[in-house]
Design a protein around this ligand. Structure first.
Ligand SMILES: O=C(O)CCC(=O)C(=O)O
Length: 264
């Protein structure tokens, strides 16, 4: 049988095949500027993040005077509700509905910031490992670059096709504050996704991902919005799962990702 290369897959087909897909531009240059201003107010503590602020890079030693290696702030739109009315939420929702269906709703959002020379990789993981088991696993995270993102300041890396494999066993990072699994940039399918500021990349809950430490003089700010079917959000909330809105504790929750007794 002769297999001809397919030429024009839709964005949704690429998302289903690879587990990730670029969304194109979601914010104009002027809009990126206003999101950066707000973002920096969070980073400086002018918008209080309370316990929703933590260190996604807490597995690595911190330099003196540095509060976090990788600043992660859960629920910026709950901490500062006007955010939900700015253009990104509506545009990302439209992308999410195109990818997973019209019943998609915002489940949670977050900021992940890599300061210049913070040099701390994001541990490899699959988001679904953080989440409880749900009967409908459709989910999409839309990762939006607010700075040009390249491998050396921490653009996203994915393992294409990993969302079609069972979840890998995850374990807590050395300090117990986050989770990780074993994966490398050397694996088949490993793909960096450099993005200009204002552009996004969407990934499924099962897609293995990571980003390198920022070893450049440039900041790397990302805004991430997560969507799943409205009925699954209701099911989660009914079981007390709200992605850190109540208690911001990050651990392995999915039975499929629970590491065996050897910690593998
Ligand atoms: O920004 C990063 O380095 C990691 C992002 C991430 O883990 C996610 O969007 O699920």
């Amino acid at each position: 049988m002769v297999v001809t290369a397919s030429t024009s897959l839709t964005r949704t087909q690429v998302f289903e095949r690879d587990g990730f897909v670029s969304t194109g531009e979601l914010l104009s240059a002027a809009e990126v500027e206003s999101y950066r201003d707000l973002y920096d107010r969070f980073l400086r503590g002018e918008i209080d993040s309370g316990d929703k602020r933590s260190d996604l890079g807490s597995h690595a030693p911190r330099r003196d005077g540095v509060a976090e290696n990788i600043t992660q702030i859960m629920w910026p739109s709950a901490l500062h509700p006007p955010l939900a009315d700015l253009p990104l939420h509506a545009r990302a929702l439209a992308v999410a509905r195109g990818l997973i269906g019209d019943d998609a709703m915002l489940d949670f959002d977050m900021l992940i910031h890599k300061a210049p020379h913070s040099a701390t990789p994001t541990p490899w993981h699959q988001d679904a490992a953080y989440w409880i088991d749900l009967p409908d696993t459709r989910a999409v995270s839309i990762w939006v670059a607010l700075d040009d993102a390249e491998p050396d300041n921490g653009c996203m890396w994915y393992i294409a096709g990993s969302h079609r494999e069972p979840l890998r066993p995850h374990r807590p990072t050395g300090d117990g504050k986050n989770i990780q699994t074993d994966a490398t940039e050397g694996e088949p399918g490993a793909t960096p996704v450099p993005l200009p500021a204002g552009h996004g990349v969407a990934h499924t809950g099962g897609t293995l991902h990571s980003s390198r430490g920022n070893t450049t003089d440039r900041v790397r700010r990302a805004y991430i919005l997560n969507y799943r079917p409205a009925a699954m959000i209701a099911l989660e909330r009914g079981q007390g799962e709200d992605h850190g809105l109540g208690t911001n504790e990050r651990k392995v929750r999915n039975a499929g990702a629970t590491a065996d007794e050897t910690g593998a």
